[in-house]
Design a protein around this ligand. Structure first.
Ligand code: ZN
Ligand code: ZN
Length: 384
C-alpha cells in the first residue's frame, strides 16, 4: 500500500543523554536533540495486519498537523524542530477518518463498515499514571503517526480502544464523503476542547475568548469556543490568508498583532474588562504572554496549548492580582473529549469544513506536508 514515510539520521547531540530505551527502540523522547536531516518519501509498504485488540481502518482523509511539518523543518545544524517523542522511519499522520475493514480476534467494539476517527496516544492502562486516570500521560505511551505507523497511508491499524464512531455525521453532512472530510478535523478540535473544558475550570457561556494564533489549532479552537457559547471570539494572527479564513468563518474580531495594538484591541472589545479566556496557539510566547497578562479579566483562564521552544518571562503578580489561572494542556485522551466533539459536529454546531483550504492525493502526500509548511492554509488534507 502507498504511504508517506518520514526518515532522518539518528545523530544525538553531544550533550543529549540518550537512555538505553531510546537507543534500543530508535525512539527519541526529544526528537529535536536526536533526529537530523529528515526526508519525506511516498513509498509502497506492506498493508498492516491488525493485532488482536486492533482494527484495520481504510483511511479516507487525513489532515496535516503542525507537528508533521516540524518533523521536516530543521535548525541550522539540521536537527528537526519537533521536540517530543518520535521514532523513525515511520508512517506519519494522526488526524484521520476512515472505514473499518477488518477487526482483530479480540476486538469487539466495531464491525467492518463502521466509520471512525481515533485518539492519538496509545496507553498501557497498567502504569501508575494510567491507573490513577491520567491515560494521556501514560509512561509507556506510543503515538499513532509518531512512534507507531500513522494515517498517511491507505490503511492504518489502530487499537480499538482509541477509535470513536463518527457514523452520526453521515446525516449531518449528507454524504459519507463529506462526513469523513469533516471527521478528519475532529482531532485538532479535541486539542482545544481538552484545554478549555478538561484542563481549565469555570469557563462559562458568554465568556470572551481570545486566540493568540489562528493556525489550524486556533481556527478549529475558535469554532469550539463559538459552539460552546463564547461571547466575543477574538483572534490575533499575522498571516493574511489565515485571517481571511477566520473572517470567512464569520468571526469579526480578527487582527494582525503586528499592525494593531493587541492590548488596546482586547480592552476596547471587552469594555475594559479584559478577556475571560486566553488560548495560546501561536507558540510566539515572548510576544503573546505580555499581551495576555495585560488583558486578564477577573478570574481569567489562560490555556497554554502551543509547544514553543523558549519560555516567556511570566508576570506572576498580574495573575495573582486578577485571580487568573494558567493551565497547561497537552493532547486529548479520555475525559469524554472525543464523543463530545463528535456530538457538537453531529448537532451541526461545529463545522470545520471551510478551514480545509488544500486537498492533496496520497501520491502527493510529501507535497501536502511541504504546502502546510508555508503556513498560509487553514488545514491541508490528504485524500486517500
Ligand atoms: Zn495534530
Ligand atoms: Zn500507562
Amino acid at each position: 500500500m502507498r504511504s508517506l514515510i518520514v526518515d532522518a539520521e539518528w545523530d544525538p547531540r553531544p550533550d543529549y543523554d540518550v537512555s538505553d530505551d531510546e537507543r534500543e527502540s530508535r525512539t527519541a523522547m526529544n526528537a529535536s536533540q536526536v533526529w537530523r536531516d529528515p526526508e519525506l518519501r511516498v513509498v509502497d509498504r506492506e498493508r498492516p495486519t491488525p493485532d488482536d485488540d486492533e482494527v484495520l481502518v481504510r483511511v479516507r482523509y487525513a489532515g496535516v498537523c503542525g507537528s508533521d511539518v516540524s518533523m521536516i523543518e530543521t535548525d541550522e545544524d539540521g536537527y528537526v524542530h519537533y521536540s517530543a517523542y518520535l521514532g523513525l522511519p515511520n508512517v506519519t499522520g494522526h488526524e484521520f477518518a476512515g472505514e473499518i475493514v477488518e477487526t482483530g480476534d479480540d476486538a469487539r467494539l466495531f464491525e467492518p463498515g463502521d466509520l471512525v476517527t481515533a485518539e492519538v496516544t496509545d496507553y498501557c492502562g497498567r502504569c501508575n499514571t494510567c491507573r490513577q486516570g491520567f491515560h494521556g500521560h501514560c509512561v509507556n505511551f506510543e503515538q499513532i503517526g509518531f512512534t507507531i505507523p500513522g494515517a498517511f497511508a491507505e490503511y492504518v491499524a489502530v487499537p480499538e480502544k482509541l477509535c470513536w464512531d463518527v457514523s452520526a455525521l453521515r446525516e449531518t453532512y449528507e454524504t459519507e464523503d463529506e462526513a469523513l472530510r469533516a471527521a478528519a478535523t475532529i482531532e485538532p478540535s479535541t486539542i482545544t476542547y481538552h484545554g478549555l473544558f478538561v484542563r481549565a475550570d469555570g469557563i462559562i457561556p458568554g465568556d470572551h475568548h481570545v486566540y493568540h494564533g489562528a493556525g489550524p489549532i486556533g481556527l478549529t479552537g475558535m469554532n469550539v469556543s463559538r459552539a460552546a457559547g463564547a461571547g466575543a471570539v477574538i483572534a490575533f494572527e499575522p498571516s493574511p490568508e489565515r485571517r481571511e479564513i477566520a473572517r470567512d468563518l464569520g468571526y469579526e474580531h480578527v487582527y494582525n498583532p503586528i499592525e494593531c495594538d493587541p492590548v488596546e484591541t482586547v480592552t476596547s472589545i471587552t469594555d475594559g474588562e479584559g478577556a475571560d479566556v486566553h488560548v495560546e496557539t501561536a507558540g510566539a510566547v515572548t510576544q503573546t504572554y505580555p499581551v495576555i497578562e495585560d488583558t486578564l479579566a477577573e478570574d481569567a483562564a489562560v490555556v497554554h496549548i502551543s509547544n514553543a521552544g523558549a519560555d516567556p518571562d511570566l508576570a506572576l503578580r498580574k495573575y495573582q492580582g486578577n485571580g487568573a489561572q494558567l493551565y497547561g494542556s497537552e493532547g486529548h485522551t479520555g475525559h469524554q473529549v472525543y464523543p463530545r466533539v463528535i456530538r457538537l459536529m453531529a448537532a451541526g454546531r461545529l463545522d470545520n469544513r471551510s478551514i480545509i483550504t488544500s486537498t492533496f492525493d496520497l501520491a502527493d502526500a510529501d507535497d501536502a506536508v511541504r504546502q502546510a509548511a508555508d503556513r498560509v492554509d487553514g488545514k491541508v488534507l490528504i485524500e486517500v
